[in-house]
Every structure is written in structure tokens, then in C-alpha cells.
Design a protein around this ligand. Sequence first.
Ligand code: FES
Ligand code: FES
Length: 160
Amino acid sequence: MIKPTTMSRRIEKEFRFFLNGKAMTVRAPPCHTLLEILRYELRMTGTKEGCARGDCGECTVLLNGEPVHSCLTVMTQVEGKNVTTIEGIDPEHRLVRSFVEAGAVQCGHCTPGLIISSYALLLKRPRPTEEEVKEAIRGNLCRCTGYSKIVKAVLSAAGV
Ligand code: FES
Ligand code: FES
């Protein structure tokens, strides 16, 4: 992937949005992705970069409360909106604790995206079914855990 620092900045635009509740202004070419801005401009590396083409879910963030792949979200889509990244979730949140307690974190590369997707689910469905959890994390790939511990962690956080 071409990093923003090496890309042409001839056509830059100012983008204003809210990042984890804080007003932000960045200048970037409109085609830059939110993932590029988060990781390479703002140095917020909690959001992971896996495939960079919408397949793995490692880059998942919330855009106005909805989970999106930040690698496929260009900055024109972010203008004026609320972005929530893993850095915006309290490390003591019950979901984070449940992932650790259930052994749902191994290499950890998928974990921020999974927590964001699960967090979005619990905002809408505080007591989801197992099927709803599986559906919510369907776009998040994990090579290590086999998913059962992840599902268990989300259900446990929900008190189900
Ligand atoms: S890095 Fe965005 S889906 Fe893989
Ligand atoms: S814990 Fe390694 S990819 Fe999920």
C-alpha cells in the first residue's frame, strides 16, 4: 500500500470530524482512506491494517455508530461524522475484560476490530443471541481462536 507520506498532496482538502468525541481537522487528498489517516497521519495504530481491501475486518471502526471497514472508507465519507476507534473504548469496559477472561485474544491482530463490531452490536442489542453475535462478527476474520471464545466473550459481556 502507498503510504500518505509518499502520495501526492497536490489535491488536498480539509476534513472536519469527531474522533472519539474530540473535534479533529485533517488535510488530505479526498481519496485517502480513514485507515490511512488514523494510522499514518494521526499515529493511532490501535486500528489494525490487514488486507486493506475489505476482506478481514481488522480495520473496523464505528462511523456514526455503525461498524465500517476504515480501509474502504474515504475521507469524503467521514466529513462531519463521529468516528469511534478502539482507543475510544474504555480498557475497563466489560467487553474488553470479557475478551481477556474468555481467552479470546491470542495474537491480537483481529481483536480491535472484533471489539468494535461487538460493541456496536451491544449498543443495539444489549442481550443478543448467539446467532446475532455470529452475524455481527461475520466480517471479522480470526486466524487463531476458532471464534467460539470470541462468541463466548461477547455473550458473557452481555450477561447472557
Ligand atoms: S484491512 Fe480493512 S478489511 Fe482488511
Ligand atoms: S487472535 Fe490472532 S487473528 Fe484473532
